[in-house]
Design a protein around this ligand. Structure first.
Ligand code: AMP
Length: 380
């Protein structure tokens, strides 16, 4: 469905958020400061966003009755994850105002549709093939060469539903394992990247567009570890990354936020890897380091307010706090650097690899911020 007619949603109105995780929590914290009210829908009582919202409807994400309740109390509805159930999206759009629409969700829910849409804009993605059988996989590997990366088209995140193919011998096992997910499969050429970058862009229903500074991202075991801003790349690469973000957001008619993850190769080429139609972990640095945070920008965009300035106020490094880091962080809570801003998500259960919070470390240079993080001896 096309974006419904643009409306100005003024402070005082109620914003409904589908999903109660940390992204919803930080949207609610930013939006409440601006005078908005929040209702969230999530199956787990006292969810991170539930703690920050005025109210939580406790229901699973595909509960149509609960979605109707959410629609009834919300002036505008947004979501904090992309795997929104199609029937729920339909109910919300017909019974409430969903300025982000569902077209972008349809694209970003499926890697095949996503890569095809990006390619059609003339923006490079890693060459890929759709595979529906072991024979297809063998042919894809002949076409693309090894190494290659096989991924489930839907449902994967943080490296789940992925297999890096390094030799012909593992094709059968890889195919057998990933096809169990019961979704389409895609094989991509392995991009020997030098660095991973991301850009978050925002657009409101009136068509105003704003782009945040490019982040340099370091992943560990496929989970984001650090975002370093400014990214340590040339001005030319930074400008090109930001232009790619601008083009995608404009051409796909995005409303709200879009995070664009890219690979930078040694010869300076940029390939778009993935899109996320929401605030993104690699944009958490904006909370203290930019004039406007990505969360405030999200609220501004869906409410059709003018977008906030995205200027970087200080070099910054964001480091994720996973379950295994939480205790050491709490042990050092009295000795954290004064320019380190601690954000914890209020999750009841701390598990290894689970995102529990993050630390934004501001410093005169990113090298100094990286040093400060190293000296904490938590992420060793
Ligand atoms: P994704 O789930 O697509 O975001 O991939 C997770 C991580 O796997 C990325 O951040 C990369 O580090 C790596 N990766 C994914 N696709 C490729 C590729 N085509 N070439 C090289 N590395 C990749």
């Amino acid at each position: 469905m096309k974006n419904q007619t643009s409306r100005l949603i003024k402070p005082g109105a109620t914003i409904g958020i589908l999903g109660g995780g940390q992204l919803g929590r930080m949207i609610a914290l930013a939006g409440r400061a601006m005078g908005y009210r929040f209702v969230t829908m999530d199956p787990t009582a006292d969810a991170p966003c539930g703690q920050a919202a005025d109210r939580q409807i406790i229901a699973s994400y595909d509960d149509v009755e609960a979605a109707l309740q959410l629609a009834a109390v919300s002036d505008v509805i947004s979501y904090e994850f992309e795997n929104v159930d199609a029937r729920v999206a339909e109910v919300l759009e017909s019974k409430s105002y969903v300025p982000q629409g569902s077209r972008l969700l349809r694209i970003t829910q499926n890697r095949i549709r996503e890569k095809t849409a990006i390619q059609e804009l003339g923006i490079p993605v890693a060459p890929f093939r759709v595979v529906a059988s072991l024979d297809d996989l063998k042919q894809a590997v002949r076409d693309l060469g090894l190494p290659a990366v096989m991924k489930t088209a839907t449902g994967g995140y943080d490296g789940k539903g992925q297999w890096v193919l390094r030799s012909e011998d593992e094709l059968a096992e890889a195919y057998d394992t990933l096809q169990k997910a019961g979704t389409e499969l895609i094989v991509e050429k392995f991009v020997p990247f030098q660095m991973e970058l991301s850009v978050i862009a925002a657009r409101n229903p009136d068509g105003e567009l704003a782009v945040f500074p490019t982040a340099e991202n370091v992943h560990l075991e496929n989970i984001l570890h650090l975002s370093i801003v400014p990214a340590r790349v040339s001005d030319e690469v930074r400008a090109r990354a930001e232009q790619i973000a601008r083009t995608i957001v404009e051409k796909l008619d995005v409303v709200g936020l879009l995070a664009i993850e890219m690979f930078l190769t040694a010869d300076g080429e940029l390939y778009v890897n993935e899109l996320a139609p929401r605030p993104h972990n690699s944009g958490h640095y904006t909370m203290e380091a930019c004039v406007t945070s990505q969360f405030e920008q999200h609220v501004r965009a869906v409410c059709n307010l003018p977008l906030g300035a995205t200027d970087l106020l200080s070099p910054v490094v964001m480091v994720n706090i996973l379950g295994e880091h939480l205790e050491p962080v709490l042990e050092r809570v009295e000795s954290l650097p004064r320019s380190a801003k601690l954000h914890l998500y209020g999750k009841a259960e701390s598990k290894a690899k689970r995102k529990m919070g993050h630390l934004n470390v501001l410093a005169p240079t990113v090298e100094e911020a990286l040093d400060m993080i190293e000296k904490l001896e938590i992420w060793t």
